[in-house]
Design a protein around this ligand. Structure first.
Ligand SMILES: [Zn+2]
Length: 176
């Protein structure tokens, strides 16, 4: 693999000119969700959660560290359970891991709360080849921890922060 590093006035960008062993695979997934009325509008809890994390706290993308204040388009990802999935969950199993979630109402409120939310930039949330909704978890995770000499996943389409950042100070240091 040949790695070139180019530097502009504000940050360093790595680009892969001649990738070596690139594994290409196509995910074929079948998941059923309980029937509900779709599309739903965002709940009041979700709107409040999103605003607090992205604008009040200016939380960084868990993968790349970009923030709203540094030019990122920050989104909030339901990282334990998607909203639609809650209706198919076994409450006893959920409560075993999350003791405070003792009924469906508490679960519904938690699903849209900060405890179930991961802040991600648009690229690391929904981007083709980079988003948690678009690639497998093992591949997606590598983007946070990759070294300076090797790039697992091409990041050329990922917006960069105005100033170089480390993904520090996030609310989920141990990840999803
Ligand atoms: Zn990101």
């Amino acid at each position: 693999m040949t790695m070139h590093t180019t530097t502009n006035s504000q940050l360093t960008v790595k680009t892969t000119a001649a990738p070596g062993n690139v594994l290409k695979r196509q995910l074929d997934e079948l998941v059923a969700y309980p029937k509900r009325d779709f599309p739903r509008t965002a709940s009041g809890i979700y709107v409040k959660t999103h605003h607090h994390l992205v604008y009040d706290m200016d939380a960084p993308c868990w993968v790349c560290g970009i923030r709203h204040s540094t030019g990122g388009a920050l989104e909030t990802h339901h990282y334990r359970f998607e909203w639609a999935a809650q209706f198919g969950l076994d409450l006893g199993k959920v409560e075993a891991d999350f003791p405070a979630l003792t009924d469906r109402q508490k679960l519904a409120e938690w699903v849209d709360s900060e405890g179930n939310m991961l802040v991600l930039c648009a690229a690391h949330h929904r981007g083709k080849y980079t988003g948690i909704h678009e690639i497998t978890y093992p591949a997606w995770l590598l983007q946070r921890y990759e070294g300076v000499q090797f790039q697992f996943i091409d990041q050329h389409a990922v917006p960069k922060a105005h100033t170089e950042l480390l993904a520090l100070g996030d609310s989920h240091p141990h990840g999803p």
